[in-house]
Design a protein around this ligand. Structure first.
Ligand SMILES: Cc1ncc(COP(=O)(O)O)c(C=O)c1O
Length: 396
């Protein structure tokens, strides 16, 4: 356990929440979850599950009803057919990734992923006693995945490649040819690909993103899809995700889960069925609102030419580079920047250090336009105040 650090993304939330409980008005750009309510039909299905006493254990891998709803959704979205033996419901995408790590990786294995990354991906590789191998993507090309860089990182010890699209924290969306090139190389060597699709519904432009089919065409027997109701249906607290994988992997994940957490809460399973099978308009409405926020916040931030910020193609985060703001504000690192911003301006955001990207900060725009405007104003005032103070000290 000493090799593993607590989630830095949750740390910000905890610190901001502590201040809020003390009555402090904190603008929260740290949230990794949608601010919209769960769609009505999902809430009603949850309430109905309680009313009908659907409140007992279910099979550890989830109900047949939920697995069928997942299969129907992926058939509609990607044209792929999955059987119940290829699906396990999990307590969010996080448990899905965790099960896979415990089941597939062991000491001596290398697991490749790309940075900036969601920290849990790497910590779970370490929990499984395997070694993370990190390939960096760059802002110059929108944090695009370069297949050759991933392929160059492959060694005889490589067990799996974990890919995340759309990506937290960069919002980058992988293209089908990128994934195809990686899959071709992985398939030849018997390497697993774990594709984290937790933000799959949050892609702004109609770019082709049938990554599941690209993988299934090349290496269905080594493809693992990690998915979740959390972001798509604004259901983070319900804790419902799923893994779609070859039956042997699902069976191993089920055995593991049957001795740890067992089934996803029965009530949440019913709510997820409603979300997956019901009208998908709430998803589209949320996406439109995210788009407006993304465009505004991006414009507000980049009005200061020192803030370099890629406009993300997916998810709900901006990931600006703040290195040019640091020295004039008397700060050494993005971690110091985030701490000072919380202490002095009461704006919570997440420093890039946690994503293996020092010099950056992550701004979640899963909060109202008003609060986004307020937070950006506070950020600019904070910078001006600090620059004045540092300037005064320097000249005195
Ligand atoms: C990239 C990525 N994968 C998976 C998850 C897991 O979310 P959940 O466990 O709520 O499904 C998150 C949550 O922030 C994430 O950012």
């Amino acid at each position: 356990m000493s090799r593993i650090s607590a989630s830095p993304t949750l740390k910000v939330l905890i610190e901001a929440e502590k201040l809020r409980r003390q009555g402090v008005d904190v603008v929260d750009f740290g949230a990794g979850e949608p601010d919209f309510p769960t769609p009505e039909n999902a809430k009603a299905a949850g309430a109905d599950a309680i009313a009908r006493n659907f409140t007992k254990y279910t099979p550890a891998a989830g109900t047949a009803e939920l697995k069928q709803a997942i299969a129907a959704r992926y058939k509609a979205d990607y044209g792929l057919s999955f059987g119940e033996s290829e699906i396990i419901a999990t307590a969010g995408g996080k448990q899905s990734l965790y099960n896979v790590a415990m089941v597939l990786y062991q000491k001596g294995d290398e697991v490749i992923t790309h940075a900036p990354y969601w920290p849990t991906i790497v910590e779970q590789i370490k929990i499984a006693d395997a070694t993370p191998v990190v390939v960096h993507t760059r802002p110059e090309d929108g944090f695009a995945l370069h297949p050759q860089a991933i392929i160059d990182a492959i060694t005889p010890r490589t067990r799996a490649i974990v890919l995340n699209s759309p990506c937290n924290p960069t919002g980058a969306v992988a293209s089908e040819p990128q994934i195809a090139a990686i899959a071709d190389a992985a398939a030849r060597r018997g390497i697993w690909i774990v594709l984290d699709l937790c933000y799959e519904k949050l892609i702004y432009d109609p770019v082709p993103h049938n990554l599941p089919a690209v993988l299934a065409d090349r290496m269905r027997d080594r493809t693992i899809l990690v998915c979740s109701a959390s972001k798509a249906y604004s259901m983070t607290g319900w804790r419902c995700g799923w893994t779609i994988a070859p039956a042997a992997v699902v069976s191993a994940c089920t055995a593991l889960q049957s001795h740890s957490t067992s089934n996803v809460a029965s009530i949440s399973q019913r709510a997820a069925v409603a979300a997956l099978t019901g009208p998908q308009e709430p998803v589209a409405a949320m996406l439109e609102e995210y788009r407006r926020r993304r465009d505004n916040v991006h414009a507000w931030l980049t009005a200061d030419p020192r803030i370099e910020c890629v406009k993300p193609a997916g998810a709900f985060y901006l990931f600006p580079r703040v290195t040019r703001l640091l020295a004039p504000a008397g700060l050494q690192s993005s971690a110091e920047f985030a701490q000072a911003l919380l202490d002095e301006a009461r704006v919570a955001l997440t420093a890039g250090e946690g994503f293996d990207a020092p010099g950056y900060v992550r701004i979640s725009y899963a909060t109202s336009m008003e609060r986004l405007r307020e937070g950006c104003d506070r950020l600019m005032t904070f910078l001006r105040r600090r620059e004045r103070t540092v300037g005064t000290v320097a000249t005195s």
